[in-house]
Design a binder for this molecule. Structure first.
Ligand code: HEM
Length: 47
């Protein structure tokens, strides 16, 4: 779950919530610690 969301936020995603794509937010993979922090924060808020 967490790893999949980190991949989606980092590389972008489409087709899960309609046709609008999310652009890559870490295309070069240089901010993986930040991406993981964002996803953990988001999951914490959701639970
Ligand atoms: C760091 C900033 C961002 C975070 C943490 C984030 C987080 C996420 C996550 C976790 C998902 C997957 C939801 C799921 O599969 O259940 C998602 C999907 C999406 N996001 Fe983002 N997002 C960010 C930036 C953006 C930006 C800048 C845009 C548009 C300009 C955007 C547009 C979308 C769209 C359209 C989807 C649905 C894509 C699909 O259908 O697969 N996001 N976002």
């Amino acid at each position: 779950m967490e790893n999949g969301l980190v991949m989606a936020v980092s590389n972008g995603a489409s087709g899960n919530w309609g046709s609008m794509p999310m652009p890559a937010n870490d295309p070069n993979g240089t901010k993986q610690t930040d991406m993981q922090g964002l996803v953990r924060y988001m999951l914490y808020q959701a639970n």
